[in-house]
Design a protein around this ligand. Structure first.
Ligand code: GTP
Ligand code: MG
Ligand code: NA
Length: 343
């Protein structure tokens, strides 16, 4: 590494959209997991986090021969629920992310929570791409498992291509009605002003290569400053959960900085601020979902960006959605405690 060259952290990518558009299934397809089928009623009810290392992205995009120079260590993906009652979780997820995937079902077009998600992203000026999902449901679709969508589309019959064009044109109009310019990724000459649409299937994997490549390339191209690693701790509590054998734990997203076992931390509690010490720092294995109980990796220390489960005493009344602070040796605990309750 060059002297003075800055290291980048992993971009945080939130996946948003109307209920049942296939957000979790898209992540399952990338991870080669089966999280969605284990969900009660097939409905996501929590925020999730999955770390995708750069080597997996490289592997998944190699057919595109983009020779993708990946300067980021990976991608941290945040799954959110699409059901209307979880607006607070969508807001929490979108508040954390650097970039987003807005998932639209090609058979349904824009739906109420698509528009709600769009407004959350707009409010914070968050960059996003549109995944136009469930292309395999176009009548007569020929499966090309995990292929680039560019290649898969060429192999479709004229009828499938016409139905695709018709539906995509309609959806571009629906976005236009919301004041948003969109265009298919391969026709989009005006990135930055016009958002890119990538057709995908979460079931057979077409379009996943382009979706991953576009996300990482766009993040690397436009967000270098934001993605430059900083040692100032920036950490948000996603969920507070009782886990058998571990007691009450918090799932956090560490956006910047390093956390260590034994760090003194302060988090916001319903009955006042909580001052405690990190007992253990746990992550799932790469490509596994944090919200699904599984084998955890124990870390002495861990660097951003990551989704982490923290065990510590006194977390019972911790408030999800608030910031976590680390008390350094020279910090004034009282001052930190005050800012905690401002959240
Ligand atoms: P919520 O998190 O509850 O908002 O839903 P979601 O957006 O995560 O959708 P989910 O992954 O739960 O998928 C909803 C349903 O659509 C499931 O039955 C999936 O199998 C199905 N599905 C998702 N993606 C695709 C796809 O690309 N093609 C087809 N045919 N079905 C899909
Ligand atoms: Mg889901
Ligand atoms: Na669902």
């Amino acid at each position: 590494e060059d002297e003075g060259e800055k290291t980048l952290r992993s971009p945080i990518c939130c996946i948003m959209g109307h209920v049942d558009t296939g957000k979790t299934k898209l992540l399952d397809c990338i991870r080669r997991t089966n999280v969605q089928e284990g969900e009660a009623g097939g409905i996501t009810q929590q925020i999730g986090a999955t770390y995708i290392p750069a080597e997996n992205i490289r592997e998944r995009t190699k057919e595109l021969k983009a020779d993708a120079v990946l300067n980021v260590p990976g991608l941290l993906v945040i799954d959110t629920p699409g059901h209307e009652s979880f607006k607070n979780l969508r807001s929490r997820g979108s508040g954390l992310c650097d970039i987003a995937i807005l998932v639209v079902d090609i058979m349904h077009g824009l739906e109420p929570q698509t528009i709600e998600s769009l407004n959350l992203l707009r409010m914070r000026n968050t960059e996003f791409i549109v995944a136009l999902n469930k292309v395999d449901r176009l009548y007569g679709w020929k499966t090309c498992k995990n292929a680039p969508i560019g290649k898969a589309m060429k192999l479709q019959s004229k009828d499938v291509q016409l139905e695709f064009e018709h539906r995509t044109t309609q959806i571009i109009i629906e976005f236009k009605e919301q004041g948003i310019n969109t265009e298919l990724y391969n026709k989009n000459k005006d990135r930055g002003e016009t958002y890119s649409i990538v057709p995908t299937s979460a079931i057979s994997g077409e379009g996943i290569p382009e979706m991953l490549l576009l996300l990482v390339q766009w993040a690397q191209k436009t967000m270098i400053e934001k993605l430059t690693y900083s040692s100032d701790i920036q950490c948000t509590v996603l969920e507070v959960k009782v886990i058998e054998g571990l007691g009450t734990t918090i799932d956090v997203v560490l956006v910047n900085g390093v956390l260590h076992e034994g760090d003194a931390i302060v988090v916001c509690g319903y009955q006042g601020r909580i001052h405690t010490t990190i007992r253990s720092l746990l992550t799932p294995h790469p490509m596994k979902e944090l919200r699904v109980k599984g084998a955890y990796i124990h870390h002495k220390e861990i660097k951003a960006a990551q989704g982490i489960k923290i065990t510590a005493r006194n977390l019972e009344h911790a408030v999800a959605g608030t910031a976590l602070y680390v008390v350094g040796p020279d910090d004034d605990v009282e001052e930190i405690k005050e800012s905690v309750m401002d959240d």
